[in-house]
Design a protein around this ligand. Structure first.
Ligand SMILES: Nc1nc2c(c(=O)[nH]1)N[C@H]1C(S)=C(S)[C@@H](COP(=O)(O)O)O[C@H]1N2
Ligand SMILES: [Mo]
Length: 179
């Protein structure tokens, strides 16, 4: 038993000493993604940094209350500038040759820390929710802070807005999930 405990201590100590783990511990944050990648079932994959996002029709959001899945109030997002996810996907041109293809497609949004959320094509293009799905990059006319940016996403018309608020957005992938 004593020997077993000692082995555990050695293992834990060596894990704690990993250079990667130490670096993460210092900043407390994952590396920022300066650009987002739009890929998957699209005609035109895109790489978009803030300069490219500024070329899309602008969306201003004055206020979004962030409510966690648990119901807890997480504060507000205010004075955001961004663009509609729908406009980004329209530019990338979703590949859906069959009349019924779009009805089986999802859009997967992922962050640098692995956090991932999904939308259906129908939510974005054929429901009121789509009017509120925003990829944003400015707050109070300044770049987003490191705890969220440089690029993030929010679905502001969701019942609980916390879950589909994606900090450190890095990719948007379109997938057909049924035949
Ligand atoms: N990249 C990333 N975004 C994320 C999360 C996360 O862990 N990673 N947590 C989500 C959750 S569960 C909530 S409620 C909101 C607000 O979380 P915060 O209180 O950590 O800001 O951010 C969301 N966005
Ligand atoms: Mo949450």
């Amino acid at each position: 038993m004593k020997k077993f405990l000692c082995l555990c201590c050695v293992l834990l100590a060596s894990l704690g000493a990993r250079p990667g783990a130490a670096a993460d511990g210092v900043s407390g944050q994952p590396p920022p993604a300066r650009q987002i990648f739009v890929s998957g079932a699209v005609q035109q994959p895109l790489t978009l940094g803030v300069p490219e996002l500024l070329e899309f029709p602008p969306q201003q959001i004055s206020e979004v209350q962030l409510i966690c899945q648990s119901g807890a109030n997480k504060g507000q997002l205010e004075n955001l500038r961004g663009v509609l996810l729908r406009d980004i996907l329209t530019r990338a041109q979703v590949l859906a040759p069959g009349h019924n293809d779009v009805k089986k497609m999802i859009v997967v949004a992922s962050a640098t820390d692995g956090y991932t959320v999904v939308f259906s094509w129908s939510e974005i293009f054929n429901s009121p929710v789509g009017d509120g799905v925003i990829v944003f990059f400015e707050k109070d006319r300044a770049p987003l802070a490191d705890n969220e940016g440089p690029i993030a996403l929010v679905s502001r018309l969701d019942t609980r807005t916390g879950p589909r608020h994606v900090r450190w957005l890095k990719s948007i992938e379109v997938r057909k999930v049924a035949d």
